[in-house]
Design a protein around this ligand. Structure first.
Ligand SMILES: Nc1ncnc2c1ncn2[C@@H]1O[C@H](COP(=O)(O)OP(=O)(O)OP(=O)(O)O)[C@@H](O)[C@H]1O
Ligand SMILES: [Mg+2]
Length: 387
């Protein structure tokens, strides 16, 4: 900007500066950084004295992008927030040329390199939710925990790594596909959570994603081919079982912390212990145990429908076998709403408008979420937070 600028030119520069704070909801970067704003034009308004009309030309990365309305609204708000003069925004929406888009995706990919979560200094905490047996509530715990993190203000991402038995898209009411940006996939956002799941792809695309040794490969693709930004938390919903998947996670994401879900009865807890013993084969922090369906409150009585003690048993046995503390992190109730509301496409801890419910279930998940965030990896004493 120079002293000779006209008032229109000054407003153009200043509006452009304001647009630096408008974030593209998919890429998590400012629209100006992404080269989405080729032009801002200011002219005196015909309608108001001292007012100006501001035309912002926007180039979307994806033509007809479902989020274009959100982007327009954010730009309009940024223009209207300009102090002093009355500015009337006009948004012209176009699409990026394929050349420009290719360049942008190339830059983003180069910057992100292979796997964004293993960079030194990455802030993302990674929790892999595992179980020995199927059907103990891993996906329900993952979904509600992710929703809780997001409602608490954490930038939250989830990988549905259960490629055979994926269930997270349904629990989040997702029936859209990830946007494909020249070979880079945008996670689908629902209830504030960024998610990717094999269940979001139609049959033929699934075949593409499943080439090669499936488990390892699909996880690598989810890590490398999806634009994650740098979330505060990444949760992985693993397939049930005692080995392969957790080993793949440990190899692809050395910072991942394993959280083991079990129900209280011995048949579940015995096999849950084995799923945690994977840490004897590969270096992996086993962060703790979550006991699900621990009790059912009925008529002021706490009924232990599936018995008692499984979670604590798993925690004790893993602590002994692994030589570091593996605590019982939470005991979650058996509560029909978890299934009913979950099946309707909303994690049960959330209200319809996406806030954390004010009830004991949401409180339990909140305590679990905060405990996970604030207690660091205790395998390595140097990373322990002093208290
Ligand atoms: N605490 C709970 N209270 C009531 N129902 C629950 C609870 N946790 C899970 N469920 C229900 O139990 C069933 C199994 O849960 P979920 O699918 O989360 O388990 P999973 O361990 O992911 O299973 P899979 O091994 O098949 O992936 C679902 O119908 C779910 O709604
Ligand atoms: Mg599941």
């Amino acid at each position: 900007m120079t002293d000779n600028d006209t008032i229109e030119q000054r407003i153009e520069h200043e509006v452009y500066d304001r647009l630096c704070h408008v974030i593209d909801p998919e890429l998590g970067r400012s629209v100006t950084d992404l080269g989405m704003i080729p032009e801002v034009r200011v002219s005196p308004s015909d309608e108001t004295d001292n007012g100006y009309e501001v035309t912002v030309h926007v180039e979307l990365t994806v033509p007809g992008c479902p989020l274009s309305k959100t982007i327009s609204t954010r730009i309009q708000e940024a223009v209207r927030s300009y102090p002093g003069s009355a500015l009337t925004p006009r948004i012209e929406i176009g699409a990026m040329s394929s050349e420009k888009l290719k360049r942008l995706v190339g830059e983003l990919k180069a910057e992100r390199r292979e796997n964004p979560f293993n960079k030194p200094g990455t802030k993302t905490r990674i929790f892999a939710i595992a179980s020995g047996k199927g059907g103990v509530g891993k996906s329900s715990v993952t979904a509600n925990l992710a929703a809780t993190f997001s409602a608490l203000g954490y930038d939250t991402a989830v990988i549905d790594a259960d490629i055979y038995g994926f269930s997270l898209p349904a629990l989040f009411g997702i029936n859209t596909r990830p946007t494909d940006l020249n070979g880079m996939l945008m996670p689908v956002v629902a209830w504030g959570v960024k998610m990717i799941s094999i269940g979001m792809f139609a049959g033929s695309d699934r075949a593409i994603l499943w080439r090669g040794p499936r488990l390892q490969r699909s996880l690598e693709q989810f890590l490398a081919d999806v634009w994650w930004g740098s979330p505060d938390v990444l949760l992985l919903d693993l397939a049930p079982g005692t080995g392969d998947m957790a080993i793949s996670v440990a190899q692809a994401l050395p910072n991942a912390e394993l959280v083991i879900v079990t129900t209280p009865q011995p048949s579940a807890s015995d096999v849950a212990v084995r799923s945690g013993l994977v840490a004897l084969q590969v270096p992996m922090n086993v962060r703790g145990v979550v006991e699900n369906m621990s009790y059912y409150d009925y008529n002021n009585e706490r009924l232990r429908i599936f018995g008692e003690g499984g979670g604590q048993r798993v925690a004790d046995q893993l602590t002994e076998a692994l030589g570091f503390d593996v605590p019982l992190l939470a005991q979650l109730p058996l509560q029909p709403e978890i299934r009913e509301i979950g099946e309707s496409g909303r994690p049960a801890v959330l209200t319809r408008d996406g806030k954390l419910e004010a009830n004991s279930l949401a409180d339990s998940f909140k305590t679990l979420a905060l405990d996970l965030m604030y207690n660091q990896d205790r395998r390595n004493p140097k990373s322990t937070v002093a208290n």
